[in-house]
Design a protein around this ligand. Structure first.
Ligand SMILES: [Fe+2]
Ligand SMILES: [Fe+2]
Length: 299
């Protein structure tokens, strides 16, 4: 029942003053959560320590992929017919393609926004830390591949048109960029939620590797949950209506570039989840480590 829900829609209305207070509150959260920024390395001390734990306590799948070469042939660009690939390979190439888009997008943004010493206000400082967290995610994705004995994954940039798009996007003024940037975070979070379900469906015969992938994914999801609220907090009353309108086209546009997703995920269900997102369905253990804007909590 509506009145018994703990959280409210991510699209809930708010005021400028509320958003200002939420940015201050987020800043306290993000500095505790990630630790110190290591700008040269595009890393954070707490995140580095977590990655160190995964590296020091490796888990490897019982069996390597059925045909590892099929992964390497298809992970950057699909070359085999989709139907010729087994579901584990599809899952891993799909993860790579998703993560690679993010990686190229954050590289473009990292070069545009001011370094921490040159930031002029709180939101710029928040954005610098945000991007460092995203770089940490690429490292966690790498651990997913290593869990399946895929040690030779390369992070290669995208083609010029897509790179240009991300560079263009990173330079847009806030009024234009805030809504799509928020929807991108929302899309990431709903994708990860569906990805977690796919782990259960596809990796049942690899319980240790599946659990490790879930642990790595949760590490990412705790950040992404916070990013969704943080990016929502950039948006005023008109922008949030615009954001809702572009959810569907943005999901379609993005997943068109991930052909594997057609066989693995229900795009309409992901879109519906994005539009209805309100934190109530998120695991409490993840929410406890993350951040929710005050106006998304039931009063
Ligand atoms: Fe991300
Ligand atoms: Fe994010």
């Amino acid at each position: 029942m509506e009145h018994s829900k703990k959280y409210r829609s991510i699209f809930s209305p708010t005021t400028g003053e509320d958003r200002r207070r939420n940015f201050e509150n987020y800043w306290g959260f993000t500095t505790r959560h990630g630790g110190e920024l290591l700008e040269e390395d595009r890393d954070l001390t707490e995140k580095r320590a977590r990655l160190g734990y995964f590296k020091d306590n490796p888990v490897r799948s019982r069996q390597p992929l059925y045909e590892p070469l099929a992964f390497y042939r298809n992970y950057k660009k699909l070359t085999d017919p989709l139907e010729a690939l087994d579901r584990k390979t599809l899952l891993l190439t799909c993860i790579y393609k998703f993560a690679r888009h993010e990686w190229v997008g954050i590289q473009a943004a990292w070069d545009v926004i001011p370094a921490m010493a040159k930031t002029k206000n709180l939101t710029q400082r928040i954005s610098r830390i945000h991007l460092a967290e995203e770089f940490c995610h690429a490292r966690l994705f790498n651990e997913m591949f290593r869990t399946f004995h895929l040690d030779a994954v390369e992070w290669e940039t995208l083609g010029w048109a897509q790179r240009w798009f991300y560079q263009f996007f990173a330079r847009l003024p806030g009024e234009l960029m805030n809504a799509p940037a928020f929807v991108t975070e929302l899309m990431g979070l709903t994708f990860y939620h569906h990805l977690e379900n796919a782990f259960d469906a596809i990796l049942a015969d690899e319980p240790e590797a599946r659990d490790r992938l879930r642990e790595l994914l949760h590490e990412i999801m705790v950040d992404e949950l916070a990013h969704v609220g943080q990016r929502r907090n950039f948006i005023g009353p008109i922008g949030i209506r615009f954001a809702r309108l572009i959810v569907r086209p943005m999901y379609h546009l993005f997943f068109r570039d991930l052909p594997e997703s057609k066989l693995l995920f229900d795009l309409d269900a992901m879109i519906a989840e994005g539009l209805a997102f309100d934190y109530n369905g998120v695991r409490p253990a993840l929410l406890k480590r993350s951040w929710v804007p005050s106006y998304c909590r039931a009063r």
